[in-house]
Design a protein around this ligand. Sequence first.
Ligand code: GDP
Length: 223
Amino acid sequence: MPEIATPDFAADEARFREEGRKLFAGECTFILGAAALVQVPDSDLPEIAFAGRSNVGKSSLVNGLTGRKNVARTSVTPGRTQQLNFFSIGDRLLLADLPGYGYARAPKSEVDAWTRLVKTYLMGRPQLRRVCMLVDSRHGLKTNDREVMKDLDEAAVNYQIVMTKSDKVKPGALERTVAAVKAEAATHAAAFPEIAVTSSHTGTGLAELRASLSQLALPVANR
Ligand code: GDP
């Protein structure tokens, strides 16, 4: 009988981590901030978008992934960055940092503008490979997260839920929140079953996220 090779998951994981480390340690360039859809860069690179409520820790996560302090500006006033900010990672991957949603004091006109801009972007970006939906570990899923998840399901855009600020929650509470989020994600067609748990302050989960995202980048040989 022919021998069946068993996959070496540990070796794959180590290789993906190394690929992720290398990719995000390399060149990272701010491309542009788009306040309107016509300004979104014309690019053939695979793209990953970061979405989440304002103050969820999005800029900190983008900075944490790239190991730089100021790639994405961390917000002083939440909900005030109404731009989609694009970064090129090693000329193999684009990151799109979407404006945060759900800022309680934002005027309705601003919320409507966000909805129009982000929805149109999410629905009509063929190179968009994945959305990282950031969720604060202290709060779990909120109404506006669920609305975005529904939109992503309808547009068939794959998304992965990434818990942020995990250092702010005690392990037991974190486990319960992650389990609840995971159970809810399982009811959404386009959501990844696995939840990433991260902290930009301690670095928890960043190597794993880099590894996973690097698998979506263009291969080195293509550039
Ligand atoms: P954004 O509005 O989603 O871009 O959020 P920021 O990245 O600007 O972060 C909002 C606030 O949360 C800032 O005060 C950050 O220092 C804080 N923050 C972000 N990530 C973490 C984290 O992993 N742990 C902790 N403890 N605080 C964080």
